[in-house]
Design a protein around this ligand. Sequence first.
Ligand code: ZN
Length: 75
Amino acid sequence: MPFPIKTCVICHEEFDLRPDKPGFANRCPSCSEPESTEPALASTRPVGYAERRAELEVNAARRRAIRDLLYRKDS
Ligand SMILES: [Zn+2]
């Protein structure tokens, strides 16, 4: 018995809708893969260690500023 043929909503390729196909039923196997495997997305947004580190420091500084504000109000 053949699998039903579906058309992918992303790339409009036809594919067999297998029962064990991972991901969405209306997407072909290659479009069902996680975004990290897509070269277009991966190359446009590289998130490096330095960037994450800088973000953490900004958050920490913001928390310190808020805490200072609260303490000043209390005293
Ligand atoms: Zn597709």
